[in-house]
Design a protein around this ligand. Sequence first.
Ligand code: NAX
Length: 327
Amino acid sequence: AKEPVRVLVTGAAGQIGYALVPMIARGIMLGADQPVILHMLDIPFAAEALNGVKMELVDAAFPLLKGVVATTDVVEACTGVNVAVMVGGFPRKEGMERKDVMSKNVSIYKSQASALEQHAAPNCKVLVVANPANTNALILKEFAPSIPAKNITCLTRLDHNRALGQISERLSVQVSDVKNVIIWGNHSSTQYPDVNHATVGDKPVRELVKDDEWLNGEFITTVQQRGAAIIKARKLSSALSAASAACDHIRDWVLGTPEGLWVSMGVYSDGSYNVPAGVIYSFPVTCKNGEWTIVQGLAIDEFSRKKLDLTGAELTEEKELAYSCLS
Ligand code: NAX
């Protein structure tokens, strides 16, 4: 039998946490033959709710779940973890300045970076979900210098899956038949959902949709603003789709992407496609042997170029804002 993998979920008493931990315990993240030990962290204010989640995990009697650590102690939470899914953060509240929210998250991610660096298992893979996801991941990277930069990523798979979903609905085809959309840049409303290389079967999506106006307009804004549409409808932000996307992200990263298929991940930019280096930027990637590689050589037209630059500029600006919170 395989050794259990230790998976940390921060913010585990929250909405996404509640959807995510049962998925992990059922093997949806790491495979149906992979035992797991869940480490769940939240803040003291949520300790009782966190304990309730632990009780439900016990009650669900998941065969793959070999242990549960539920704690408000960041060192205990991080000790020995192989995978860390960072869902906990400080949400933007009405009337709050952007800088104030950034400042709260910078201090959370700075301290959790140190705890992971000192106590996580070697080669721990980190996925940041909490917003601002790209910049939280960047702060985590900066303050955990001994964790390889390639091990620190952020979630844009939800946006990627939303783009697949929109194309599937529009063409009335199975979502699993839509391939190779791309989310470029920031997990924010400046992200660029790109279908220029996407296919259904062996046909380009653009040829099948036959409506460039929709693809260059409403399709993009629908994906960019899907989070707000969910909040409007549910009075709560996306949770099950975010949890599912987090599982997709880690599964593909650890177990590999199928031949010919790429996915979107926020990764430490090397300046590929002439986007800013040194920020966490979402790119198309393939994964093999537990490592991602940016898909190279895709043609970028003028329309796309502007959008890649715009979301890149926002990330540079966020990075500066985050740094200004440090001093
Ligand atoms: P909730 O507010 O339901 O849960 C967040 C949890 O984090 C709470 O239980 C809170 O007590 C905890 N927390 C706060 N500070 C913490 C700390 N320092 N250490 C540990 N835990 C801490 O939010 P939820 O709806 O679950 O969303 C979580 C995060 O995901 C938010 O930042 C949200 O903006 C972000 N999202 C990111 C998405 C993405 O695609 N990257 C999509 C979904 C989601 O909006």
